[in-house]
Ligand binder design. Structure first.
Ligand SMILES: Nc1ncnc2c1ncn2[C@@H]1O[C@H](COP(=O)(O)OP(=O)(O)OP(=O)(O)O)[C@@H](O)[C@H]1O
Length: 247
């Protein structure tokens, strides 16, 4: 059963199509990795799914509901989707605990004690409960990113969208964030992640989609798309990655 179905997505910036009749289906519990050169539309795809950008054409269904209908309440949709960005985007003036409990309290109207108990449980899971009262600037990049993921999980999302979540991290901090994503997969979380980490895409994704020119040019199991691609443009992209020593 498809959790997310994108059909014919089109998005233009300044008359230039960034998504060009893009189709993507994600089954429940599936992990889909989006790969592709810089500017191929990966972030834009995640942003339109989370209704942060308006579509020019196409439809997006989440759990069978057409969320691309302009009459849909975007806030209600975003409560079912957890989005994590490259640059963490934690609120600097709030503690870790306040960052994690903000949406559950304000949006989901949970009582403070209940939201804090859940937040501490989630923080304990990622080994950061001792940082609950710290402000983000006291945390390493890897710790901040794990808090950002916990903050998204606190809304009990149906779908997680992860946009280059390790790109801003020093190499020694990448592993701790990838370990957390591995755990989410083991828990059955449905995820769509844009990544430049081909090794990670190969390991964690059930399906890899190669984007080029705003379309999914090739899609399949990681070993096929990354190991034996059928499309010349995928081959060319991977050749460049190999030459750069990133595969
Ligand atoms: N708000 C915007 N206004 C104008 N152009 C935009 C906007 N957002 C994205 N673009 C353009 O759309 C294209 C696709 O960008 P996008 O960020 O989706 O690519 P990407 O595949 O995620 O790239 P990267 O791997 O570098 O993150 C780029 O040419 C970008 O400059």
């Amino acid at each position: 059963m498809a959790l997310l179905t994108c059909r014919g997505l089109r998005k233009e910036f300044g008359g230039h199509p960034v998504l060009d009749r893009l189709d993507l289906t994600v089954a429940e519990h599936q992990v889909v990795a989006l790969i592709g050169a810089s500017g191929s539309g990966k972030s834009t795809l995640l942003r339109v799914v989370n209704l942060l950008e308006q579509l020019d054409d196409g439809t997006i269904e989440l759990d069978g509901e057409d969320i691309s209908d302009p009459r849909v309440d975007a806030d209600r949709v975003r409560r079912r989707i957890g989005m994590v960005f490259q640059s963490y985007n934690l609120f600097p003036h709030l503690t870790v605990l306040e960052n994690v409990t903000l949406a559950p309290r304000r949006v989901h109207r949970r009582a403070r004690a209940e939201a804090e108990t859940q937040a501490r449980e989630l923080l304990a899971r990622v080994g950061l409960v001792d940082k609950a009262d710290a402000y983000p600037d006291r945390l390493s990049g890897g710790q901040q990113q794990r808090v950002a993921i916990v903050r998204a999980l606190a809304n009990s999302p149906r779908l997680m969208l992860l946009d280059e979540v390790t790109s801003a991290l020093d190499p020694e901090l990448v592993g701790e964030v990838l370990a957390l994503i591995r755990e989410l997969k083991a828990d059955g979380m449905t995820m769509v992640l844009a990544t430049h980490e081909m090794g990670f895409a190969r390991e964690v994704a059930d399906r890899v989609c190669f984007l080029d020119g705003g379309r999914v040019v090739e899609s399949g199991p990681p070993e096929q798309v990354l190991g034996d691609p059928t499309q010349p443009r995928t081959r060319q992209f991977l050749r460049r990655i190999i030459e750069a020593g990133r595969l």
